[in-house]
Design a protein around this ligand. Structure first.
Ligand code: ACO
Length: 357
């Protein structure tokens, strides 16, 4: 008897239009191209113009994925949007994407699992399809990190300007305070379209293994701007930078290099596969050094891993579809291939998903 699976039928991506090379960041904070490349592998990232919300990138990626799938917006019966930078505190960006792609009203869900958001999203989509709630589902991961950059108008002018001049004074000091974080992130979106698949060819989402662990929530979080603060953001919080993410980089690094390989192995085993069966591993792109260390632990050759953080930086919920789509475009993944996705991020949330393309 055939088993219902969730088949990936289309993918698409979008990135902010403004290229920010490392040397531009070095104009406005105490950093340099060499440090950023050596510690993170990042060479550049993309930003959206100020005032563009995550849903706008999400809509572009969704339209591209729908076109790739040959699916009209009216055929969708569920939308799942993963983002940690929604356009507004509420409502979420799911309904904005639904409207933007011209879909009739359908359930539109926002999920908030940060860098593990897209992996959680795939489990959600699979559950919706297998349970019969939905047949054709759009999953979008979109994040605009530039909104969390604590730059003054002058910082923005110097960052984006044609002239290679350096900021000085208080603004330079202020930006430098957050330099370990600010150099890592970029703005992008990725989308997958899944459809119910009843043929017994083994294709579709095969398994998911996901975890959440509040005991590690404090190592990566935004201290202010939530219901614990009343008002939600005060003048003193604005001034102290409590709205900028707080990150214990080394701790996150350690957890990522252990838990991503661990959960990938565990999921493969529970699905009766071995590492050798994998054609491709797509890891959350937070730091090239994390990906390299995880790849080493799994003893996977370079041809079985695709990284693109060098050009995009960490785009949170967009990294998995962005790297997968690029690998697909480069002919590195074909129909029938076994692909694993793994991610870890704030929450702490982490996990892996196994998919036969
Ligand atoms: N430019 C120059 N120097 C810097 C910078 C910078 N941008 N940032 C930090 N430094 C300095 C530090 O001040 C320190 O100087 P010191 O030795 O004089 O004190 C030195 O560089 C080393 O700093 P570390 O923080 O120890 O550097 P590390 O090698 O750990 O790299 C990094 C930092 C890149 C942040 C790394 O720890 C990392 O990538 N961690 C994981 C990040 C991550 O995965 N985040 C999760 C995803 S986000 C999400 O879920 C929302």
């Amino acid at each position: 008897m055939s088993e219902t699976r969730s088949l990936l039928i289309g993918s698409g991506t979008a990135a902010g239009p403004i290229v920010i090379e490392n040397h531009r960041l070095a104009r406005i904070m105490d950093t340099n191209d060499q440090w950023i490349r050596e510690r993170s592998g990042i060479e550049q990232r993309y930003f959206v113009p100020r005032g563009v919300g995550a849903s706008e990138l999400g809509i572009q990626a969704a339209n591209a994925a729908l076109e790739d799938a040959g699916v009209a917006p009216s055929e969708l019966d569920y939308i799942v949007c993963a983002t940690m930078t929604p356009d507004h505190y509420f409502p979420g960006s799911g309904t904005l994407i639904q409207e933007g792609i011209g879909s009739p009203p359908v359930p539109a869900l926002d999920i908030r699992q940060q860098c593990a958001g897209f992996a959680y999203g795939m489990q959600m989509v699979d559950a919706l399809i297998r349970s019969g709630v939905a047949k054709t589902v759009l999953l979008v991961g979109c994040d605009v990190h530039s909104c969390l950059m604590p730059f003054s108008d002058e910082s923005w002018d110097v960052l984006l300007g044609d002239e290679d001049r350096k900021l000085d004074g208080e603004d330079f000091e202020w930006n430098s305070r957050f330099r370990h974080l600010l150099v890592l992130f970029g703005d992008a979106a990725g989308a997958f379209v899944f459809r119910r698949h009843d043929q017994d060819d083994g294709r579709g989402i095969i398994g998911c293994e996901l975890y959440g662990e509040g005991a590690n929530s404090s190592i990566l979080h935004v201290p202010g701007m939530g219901s614990k603060s009343s008002p939600i953001i005060s003048k003193s919080q604005l001034e102290s930078g409590d709205w900028v993410p707080y990150m214990e980089g080394r701790q996150v690094f350690k957890l990522a290099v252990t838990r991503m390989p661990e959960v990938t192995r565990s999921l493969l085993t529970s699905c009766d596969y071995e590492l050798d069966d994998l054609e491709l591993l797509i890891m959350h792109q937070a730091n090239l050094r994390i990906c390299e260390a995880a790849q080493k632990q799994l003893a996977l050759p370079d041809e079985k891993v695709h990284n693109n953080i060098q050009r995009y930086g960490n785009t949170t919920s967009a990294t998995l579809p962005l790297a997968f789509h690029e690998a697909r475009e480069q002919g590195r993944v074909d129909e029938g291939d076994l692909v694993a996705f793994t991610a870890l991020g704030a929450g702490l949330h982490w996990g892996a998903v196994l998919l036969r393309v």
